[in-house]
Design a protein around this ligand. Structure first.
Ligand code: SAM
Length: 288
């Protein structure tokens, strides 16, 4: 059974009197070419465990099950459960969980589904939960290998951004701290039904096996990141000394910048992750 054509998908959905929910971000994929790119870009094979967030009517899920060892999918919408049970009935490497991914105990779920084995996240994400989903998995101590995600084009640009560009911000640093991001493809609105208003991009985040950056105090590092980008037009000295998250004097910051051979007037948004790491470590190690 192929579901990737609009008429095939609609005939299954109509059989169950399904109506799309805008608030759950239900734009279902109907483009076989994009499905192929997601599956090949995610690098899954017969040894891969996959966690799919929001399987919808199972269009992508079926393609994942053809390639992966096991696919566990978490879908919030009760109305999709009988449809998924029907559409996925010919696979024995599939398990469906009817729940809100943000309310689930992810540690327990992963242990129950995959034991101690590593897994890959694949999702055509509802836009309203993109950032929490990404950050929850990156910050978890779980054995996630990679995340292959269909997200809004603008969010992809922020994830991939380089220092000093307009898209470079807290999300770029947070994602690039844990993972190497890459683009798989873009998808225009007509690849979905109903059509979204925005263009989408499929990204792959390959998580580092060992931390890439030697940050001595992660909490402080991220307070610095938050301070830099919540006041990005200010100089680094002003954004850090005026930050509600930190307790640092101007003199202290100027002193650290001298040690790093950086200009006193530098703006935080110009710093790459190595430099923010060095800044954070010097501050941490010289704290009274
Ligand atoms: N994977 C399908 C596809 O590509 O055609 C559907 C993708 S659609 C963009 C997003 C899916 O996520 C919908 O099925 C929606 O019901 C589900 N969803 C939305 N919020 C969710 C949540 N908090 N937890 C789990 N699933 C959710």
């Amino acid at each position: 059974m192929k579901l990737s054509g609009k008429s095939e998908l609609m005939s299954v959905l109509n059989k169950y009197n399904f109506s799309f929910s805008k608030s759950l971000g239900q734009n279902f994929l109907i483009d076989q070419n994009i499905l192929n790119k997601i599956v090949s870009g995610s690098g899954i094979n017969e040894n891969t465990n996959v966690l799919e967030v929001g399987p919808g009517a199972g269009t992508l899920t079926r393609e994942l099950c053809l390639k992966a060892k096991k696919v566990t999918a978490v879908e919030i919408d009760k109305a999709l459960i009988p449809i998924l049970n029907d559409v996925m009935s010919d696979f024995d490497n599939f398990n469906l969980i009817n729940s809100d991914i943000l309310e689930l105990n992810i540690n327990e779920l992963i242990k129950d589904e995959f034991g101690n084995e590593s897994f890959t996240v694949v999702a055509n994400l509802p836009y309203y939960i993109t950032t929490p989903i990404i950050m929850n998995f990156l910050e978890s101590e779980l054995p996630v290998n990679s995340m292959t995600l269909m997200i809004q084009k603008e969010v992809a640009a922020r994830i991939l951004a380089e220092p000093g560009t307009k898209d470079y911000g807290a999300l770029s640093v947070a994602v690039q701290f844990y993972a190497k991001p890459g683009v798989i493809c873009s998808a225009s609105p007509h690849c979905f039904t109903p059509q979204p208003k925005v263009t989408s991009t499929v990204v792959n985040l390959k998580l580092y096996d060992k931390p890439k950056y030697d940050v001595k105090n992660k909490e402080q590092f991220f307070k610095i990141v938050k301070s830099i980008f919540s006041q990005r037009r200010k100089t680094l000295v002003n954004s850090l000394s005026g930050s509600p998250y930190l307790d640092l004097s101007k003199d202290k910051i100027i002193d650290v910048l001298k040690q790093m051979e950086l200009n006193e007037k530098v703006r935080g948004e110009k710093l790459n992750i190595e430099q923010i790491t060095e800044l954070s470590n010097i501050i941490y190690e010289t704290q009274e």
